[in-house]
Design a protein around this ligand. Structure first.
Ligand code: ADP
Ligand code: MG
Length: 330
């Protein structure tokens, strides 16, 4: 797509390199040039979104752009990093001007909301896929890792769990022709398409959380990553796992979906552990962040995740988060 490639870059992306102190040279040369504050460590992550795998094929270009950057920002949030810049590798089956206009506008919106400029990328012709690489900064040694959880730490989760999974279920049921009044379903689908990365919360948890992860593959699967990396186990109280009003309403009519929502991803909330003596600081953080922080369990010795019903009865749960290579819920 040689001629159009440059037209696409100039028309839709070149203007998105905004002036920032650390961006010496943005889009337009063979590579970008950035500077790093001497007293910071660089945090880098990359995620690819493929049509039909990471988002339903009918997803709007504005939602795709939002989600592609949001899921990457969520990884920075989970590390406690502040956003610095990002690059975009876009593979498009053909030049679609309406699609590109909506995509680039939405990308500019989320990039300005989270103050993270686009500094470069690559544009190719192929099946629709979007790869975004983000970079952020943390004070030395203060990145939030998966590996720091200790026996006795308390486990928390931000916001609510399961909305995006229910939103996806709604879309898969072909319920997109929702009535005007079905605002609950709209809320759930919006959680799927417009995740809100917990960037400021992640930074506020530096020095407080002993371990942190963002929930992209489902609460149980992602918490299990913390357990493995930290060589500990966990006791979770299912009744304390926070559900939104929309999810609670939806589950009243669809009770069979309840057990699955903890194994489905796309929540982009933070799950983190805090030593008992630091838990008192979370109330202030929750208020400052306008974000609920729910206490859902505690770290114990062992290596497994035990689920209880809120009393002392142990529950079975299915550990079946999505695996891309198995291409199924295992
Ligand atoms: P090269 O052939 O040297 O790799 P390209 O033609 O791929 O250069 O890119 C030219 C410039 O445009 C580079 O600065 C690159 O980072 C930028 N660029 C290309 N595609 C995109 C895109 N989708 N979004 C943002 N910047 C892009
Ligand atoms: Mg290139």
């Amino acid at each position: 797509m040689s001629v159009s490639e440059f037209e696409i870059i100039n028309r839709y992306f070149a203007s998105q390199t905004t002036a920032a102190e650390n961006i010496i040279l943005g889009i337009g040369d063979d590579a970008a040039v950035v500077s790093m504050p001497a007293d910071k460590q660089l945090v880098v992550s990359v995620d690819t979104l493929i049509s039909g795998v990471h988002f339903p094929v009918q997803t709007s270009p504005a939602d795709i752009a939002w989600k592609a950057l949001a899921v990457n920002l969520s990884d920075l949030a989970a590390m406690g990093a502040s956003p610095a810049w990002f690059t975009l590798a876009l593979s498009l089956p053909e030049v679609m001007h309406n699609w590109l206009a909506a995509f680039s506008e939405s990308l500019a919106d989320i990039s300005s909301i989270y103050r993270i400029p686009l500094i470069g990328g690559d544009t190719t012709c192929g099946p629709l896929s979007i790869t975004i690489q983000v970079a952020g900064c943390v004070p030395p040694g203060q990145a939030l890792l998966r590996s720091g959880a200790k026996v006795g730490d308390q486990i928390f989760v931000s916001g609510s769990i399961g909305d995006a999974a229910l939103g996806l279920h709604l879309l898969q049921q072909q319920s997109e022709n929702l009535g005007e009044t079905d605002y609950l379903s709209r809320d759930l689908i919006r959680r799927l398409n417009r995740p809100q990365p917990r960037i400021e919360l992640g930074q506020a948890l530096r020095g407080i959380a002993s371990a942190c992860i963002d929930i992209s593959d489902g609460l149980f699967a992602d918490l299990s990553h913390i357990l493995k990396a930290s060589a500990v186990g966990a006791r979770l109280q299912q009744a304390k796992i926070p559900l939104s009003e929309a999810a609670q309403q939806f589950l009243i009519d669809n009770p069979l979906l309840r057990s699955g929502i903890y194994n489905r991803g796309d929540d982009y909330e933070l799950c983190f552990c805090v030593a008992a003596e630091k838990c008192g600081q979370l109330d202030t953080i929750a208020k400052e962040q306008h974000c609920s922080l729910s206490h859902i369990g505690e770290i114990v010795s062992g290596d497994d995740l035990q689920l209880f019903d809120g009393q002392s009865n142990r529950l079975d749960y299915r550990h079946d988060s999505y695996d891309h290579f198995m291409n199924k819920h295992e």
